[in-house]
Write a protein that binds this ligand. Structure first.
Ligand SMILES: C[S@@+](CC[C@H](N)C(=O)[O-])C[C@H]1O[C@@H](n2cnc3c(N)ncnc32)[C@H](O)[C@@H]1O
Length: 174
């Protein structure tokens, strides 16, 4: 399921303690390729992370990507929301074949499906539900469904949400 809209509003529609894991790739706040959504400061918004922690089951994990120049500010926001942050890794971008699987994908920051599968598997119990409040073109959703998990995505831009749906549906047919 993909909810279209601002995650600050859409997260409020989800029940307390209803999500097994959050695997997400928020804006890096760099204005990447001139994208407005990448410079609003939402990754540093403590209220967003408070909502994520509210819907996450006790003991659940939140995995979040960020940029090497800005991640420290996101980490502070997560900590100020009541979470804690540990373990940092680098990640590659998706291959052309992976990014365009099922649909022409013009999202600029697509993550590799195999990596998202691994991350979802790492932090989600069998039959669990994975949430991504910054879905983009749906790489977390692809990883989640390929591993047999339920997926709830939230995406502000309806065009990206449509691409995400097509890319996730392609995985369901595999
Ligand atoms: C870094 S991209 C995610 C890319 C994704 N991992 C992929 O593989 O395609 C961040 C996404 O967050 C979305 N976004 C930005 N602000 C948002 C908000 N307030 N609520 C929901 N989505 C938002 C952007 O439209 C963008 O698609």
């Amino acid at each position: 399921m993909i909810l279209i809209g601002d995650c600050r509003e859409q997260l409020k529609t989800l029940a307390d303690n209803s999500i097994d894991s959050i695997v997400t790739d928020p804006p890096y706040e760099l204005g990447f390729m001139g994208k407005k959504w990448d410079s609003t400061g939402i990754a540093y918004d403590i209220d967003v992370w408070k909502e994520c922690l509210r819907v996450l089951k006790p003991g659940g994990h939140l995995l979040a990507f960020s940029g090497s120049r800005t991640y420290h500010r996101m980490v502070c926001a997560i900590e100020d929301a009541g979470g804690s942050a540990a373990r940092f890794f680098y990640s590659a971008k998706a291959s052309r074949k992976d990014r365009n699987d099922g649909v022409a994908n013009n999202h600029p920051t697509v993550k590799p499906t195999d990596l998202m599968r691994y991350l979802c598997r790492l932090v989600t119990p069998p039959n669990g539900t994975v949430l991504d409040p910054f879905t983009g073109s749906g790489s977390t959703g692809r990883g989640a469904v390929l591993e047999g998990f339920n997926f709830i995505g939230i995406e502000l831009d309806p065009n990206y949400a449509a691409i995400a749906k097509a890319r996730i549906d392609k995985c369901k047919s595999k």
